[in-house]
Design a protein around this ligand. Structure first.
Ligand SMILES: Cc1cc2nc3c(=O)[nH]c(=O)nc-3n(C[C@H](O)[C@H](O)[C@H](O)COP(=O)(O)O)c2cc1C
Length: 402
């Protein structure tokens, strides 16, 4: 029995606990935490409780079809692995491990710009589709060079993240000394190093993997890979604007996914900018705290997109039943972030594979109990929504017209 098998690991929360035990506090909190008071982080998960399932009983379903088509690719599962920066800190060669697990399960992996493995190695590790998530850190020329590399390596879509004008304030990171640990002053680091010594198994793996402190996919001219310490400043200097989509599209010449849409207005802008897909996302509650949970924003966005672009969603997915609810409300598929990142932190590729297995088994069981043979057949008729969700006044309606 491996460390991530049942009965030790029955659900994603169990993987989270194992990750907490294996990882230093600063690394675990980087995965687990959110911005400011973590209101949106909590609400992303809680909001799934508001949606009630309506089963059709006495329906025999010998086989469930979990496949979906996203950007013309058939995926065996209705979820993809979201871009999660610095995954190589969670486990040696973490991005390659996660991509391999995704490919083996027949789904896609999305590689963050801020990752520790070379994009070519990650592409080679997976037998499935791999997308590249773009931040403009380092500026337009640096991003153009990376886009060209991603295209040459065989990435099938470019996900442009638009909710990161500055880094959100992750209070846990500040308390754990993340800034000091990434800086160059030894005396500033000293008060924070004990959390690493308390996790020797992780430390040995990290050091044998090179103790990586730079981003090989952000190559700065004359300097080489961007160091970890420079991330916050680099993000702040490289905000994506809608006008950038024009040169990005020319440089990429393939499908573009806009990640970080939370309103109908931005969905329409993304459609106008020619996005082949959008991701309804608040960055897992890590950016602007106090924005709505993604599931709550989904109906407005599906309405605004009006079938002109594919709508995906992420945020708060911890069970297969959550995925079912998002699909019932009009998402074509979802992205999972922490659900697999906990698995990676708990046990590398085996942990990611276990996370995928848990969500897949949840999906099959939920569909059978719902009396629905395929994820493609899920719709509003399988859920009951709170009355307020149905009577929303469209945004932008003048007060006196309501
Ligand atoms: C540790 C961590 C790092 C992340 N890094 C990135 C990133 O580099 N780029 C990006 O677009 N989103 C990033 N995200 C956001 C995820 O892609 C996704 O939107 C979010 O995790 C979804 O919420 P969930 O974790 O509740 O599933 C990160 C999320 C986490 C948890």
């Amino acid at each position: 029995m491996s460390a991530v098998d049942s009965p030790r690991v029955v659900n994603i929360a169990d993987l989270r606990l194992l990750a907490e035990r294996r990882l230093p506090r600063a690394v675990f909190d980087y995965i687990d935490g959110g911005a400011d008071a973590e209101r949106t982080l909590r609400e992303n998960c809680r909001v799934f409780d508001d949606v009630i399932l309506r089963p059709r009983n006495a329906v025999a379903i010998p086989q469930c079809d979990l496949s979906v088509t996203v950007l013309g690719h058939r995926l065996e599962l209705p979820f993809l692995l979201a871009p999660v920066g610095s995954s190589r800190m969670f486990y040696p060669r973490g991005e390659e491990a996660a991509a391999r697990a995704a490919g083996a399960a027949g789904t896609a992996y999305i590689l963050s710009t801020l990752s520790g493995c070379k994009l070519e190695d990650v592409r080679a590790a997976s037998s499935g589709p791999v997308w590249y998530q773009l931040y403009l850190v380092g500026g337009r020329d640096v991003a153009s060079a990376t886009i060209a590399r991603a295209r040459a390596a065989g990435y099938s879509a470019l996900a442009v993240t638009i909710d990161t004008a500055v880094s959100g304030l992750r209070e846990r990171d500040a308390r754990n000394g993340t800034k000091e640990l990434l800086g160059s002053s030894l005396t500033a680091k000293l008060p924070f190093v004990s959390q690493f010594l308390a996790r020797p198994r992780w430390l040995v793996g990290f050091l044998s993997d090179g103790g990586l402190m730079s981003f090989p996919n952000v190559v700065l001219p004359g300097q080489g890979p961007m160091p970890y310490a420079d991330v916050a400043a680099a993000l702040e200097q490289s905000t994506v604007a809608w006008a950038d989509l024009r040169w990005i599209r020319e440089a990429w010449n393939g499908p573009i996914v806009i990640k970080g849409v939370l309103t109908g207005d931005d969905a329409r802008r993304a459609v106008d900018a020619g996005a082949e897909a959008i991701v309804v996302s608040n960055h897992g509650g890590r950016q602007l705290d106090g924005v709505s949970a993604t599931l709550r924003a989904l109906p407005e966005i599906v309405g605004a997109a009006n079938s002109r672009t594919e709508v995906l969603l992420d945020g708060g997915i911890r069970r297969g039943g959550d995925i079912v609810k998002a699909l019932c409300l009009g998402a074509r598929a979802v992205l999972c972030g922490r659900a697999y990142a906990y698995g990676l932190g708990a046990g590398g590729e085996a942990g990611v594979t276990r996370a995928i297995q848990i969500l897949r088994a949840d999906l099959v069981r939920t569909l059978k109990l719902l009396g629905c043979a395929s994820v493609g057949a899920l719709d509003r008729s399988y859920v009951e929504l709170p009355p307020a969700w149905l009577t929303d006044t469209p945004r932008g309606t003048p007060m006196d017209a309501r």
